[in-house]
Design a protein around this ligand. Structure first.
Ligand SMILES: [Zn+2]
Length: 176
């Protein structure tokens, strides 16, 4: 793999990712890569900017589905969040900000639309963990990280750790 997981401090994580106009071979290749990373890191979800593609796509493993055979990795292209309902306040982490876990307030339920790899639009209703993961990944496409959403005093406490992560980013450490 040539791409690596981009860490906090990397500019791509702060960029507004571009909409995908055509789902061509290049986009399909990038989607495949993203899924590979997701499985390699055994993660719940991963957004394209985290592996260096500034495009509006994220992937997710539906671990809330009990039947493992039905847990097919989902690819969401050009997602749009339509409706929010309720509040949840759970601990979150991010592959791009290793070893930091903080409580983040998110909507309990989110209704969103996205295209699949065939370009077909579908509407989803996500609750609980699914909802939180969608909101976390969607934020990545807008250059927002979960630490932007925690209480300011918590963020201040994390300054040292964050600086350390950012300094390894400058050195180009490949955690993959
Ligand atoms: Zn993340």
């Amino acid at each position: 793999m040539t791409e690596k997981i981009r860490l906090y401090g990397d500019e791509i994580l702060r960029k507004l990712a571009k909409p995908i106009s055509t789902i061509d071979d290049d986009i399909k290749r990038k989607a495949k890569k993203l899924v590979e990373y997701l499985e390699r890191y055994d993660e719940l979800a991963l957004s394209a900017p985290q592996v260096g593609y500034s495009i509006r796509m994220f992937v997710m493993r539906p671990i809330w589905i009990e039947d493992i055979k039905k847990r097919k990795t989902m690819i969401f292209i050009n997602p749009t969040l339509l409706e929010f309902e309720g509040i949840q306040n759970e601990s979150e982490g991010c592959l791009s900000i290793p070893e930091i876990f903080e409580k983040v307030k998110r909507a309990q339920k989110v209704i969103f639309r996205a295209q699949n790899l065939f370009g077909k639009w579908k509407q989803y209703t996500a609750k609980d963990l699914f909802s939180r993961a969608v909101q976390h990944e969607y934020d990545h496409l807008d250059g927002i990280l979960f630490i932007d959403k925690i209480l300011p005093f918590r963020r201040r406490l994390l300054q040292g750790k964050l600086k350390k992560i950012a300094s390894t980013t400058e050195d180009g450490v490949n955690i993959g």
